[in-house]
Design a protein around this ligand. Structure first.
Ligand SMILES: [Zn+2]
Length: 324
């Protein structure tokens, strides 16, 4: 019989054959694990909407870091949850605040660990917005000064990478200039370049205590309907000197990972956000899905779309699965 069709199944015949032709891989080095630190001692609070993710006091953070290092994870993203919050987010740029203490502690115990600092104000302001407020508006340029101060304070505390997340215009250049002036020209910026105003952040706000006390974040985070706008945001950040570009959230916005991959040659980071984690965990706890397969399929999907790195709350589980 004359062959009239293609035989794609030849390359799927056995596990070895499939391994041979596999195009994308998730490595433990691709994973960034978010951490939430709180003031006090002996605190390890499980976040109700994020089973397996904890708010940790510094003593408990030390234990957690040992586990993370043993798993081969080499990068963490730090979020601090201070007790004292005020209108200007003072604890964000206080050199002795909880986040800075946590970073110092990690770098002292594990100098090789890459500490990425989330650089924003919403965890530190009493109104929960990502900047300074005047007459109900988040004021852009005044906020930039505070972001610069926060980044410098974080770099002084040992942050290896500054990750600004508040979507103010000009945040990358403001932080770059502040870092350079303070002698931190060697510290890269991982910009949340394409960040949407998303319902997928719900559980995170429990974890970081950063729910806005009025209104929402739609005047500074992007409309979920817009892709071309995301390209403009990314282009601005590249022009301003970003070293990495983050797409957040990841799962519903995988097209943006692909678009960025095709248009920019910087490392692209997908943020597999809190609700993406919570949905998987809830379904897994109910026995409705195969958690490991769902998670690995999601993460390899980010790689296929073109992400180099993935920020994920699943990182510890994934590291265990990869090590088997
Ligand atoms: Zn924020």
């Amino acid at each position: 019989m004359a062959q009239t069709f293609d035989r794609h199944r030849r390359l799927r015949k056995s596990a070895a054959m499939r391994n041979l032709v596999r195009e994308n891989h998730v490595r433990v080095e691709d994973l960034i694990y978010p951490l939430f630190v709180v003031e006090g001692t002996g605190i390890k609070n499980e976040i109700p909407s994020m089973p397996g993710v904890y708010q940790l006091s510094l003593d408990k953070l030390a234990e957690e870091m040992k586990e993370i290092v043993a798993l081969g994870i080499q990068a963490v993203l730090m979020f601090g949850v201070p007790t004292h919050k005020d209108a200007c987010g003072t604890e964000a740029y206080n050199d002795d605040a909880i986040t800075q203490q946590a970073m110092r502690l990690i770098k002292e115990a594990h100098p090789e660990m890459l500490v990425i600092a989330d650089t924003c104000l919403c965890e530190y302001t009493d109104h929960g917005h990502c900047g300074v407020i005047h007459e109900g508006e988040v004021v852009n340029d005044e906020t930039l000064k505070l972001l610069g101060q926060t980044a410098v304070s974080q770099a002084k505390a040992g942050a290896d990478i500054i990750a600004p997340s508040n979507m103010m215009d000009g945040f990358v250049i403001a932080i770059r200039e502040a870092l350079d002036e303070a002698g931190f020209e060697h510290i890269p910026i991982m910009s949340y370049a394409v960040k949407y105003a998303s319902a997928f952040y719900g559980p995170f706000r429990d974890a970081a205590g950063s729910t806005p006390q009025f209104g929402d974040r739609k005047s500074y985070q992007m409309d979920a309907a817009n892709a071309r706008e995301g390209m403009r945001e990314a282009a601005s950040d590249v022009k301003e000197g970003a070293d990495f570009l983050i797409v957040k959230p990841g799962l519903a916005f995988m097209d943006m990972v692909l678009r960025l991959r095709e248009n920019f040659n910087l490392p692209i980071v997908a943020y597999n956000v809190s609700a993406e984690y919570s949905m998987v965990k809830a379904a897994a706890l109910n026995g409705w899905i195969d958690e490991e397969r769902i998670v690995m399929e999601t993460l390899v999907g980010f790689k296929r779309a073109g992400a180099d790195l993935i920020i994920t709350y699943h990182a510890k589980d994934v590291a265990k699965w990869l090590a088997r």
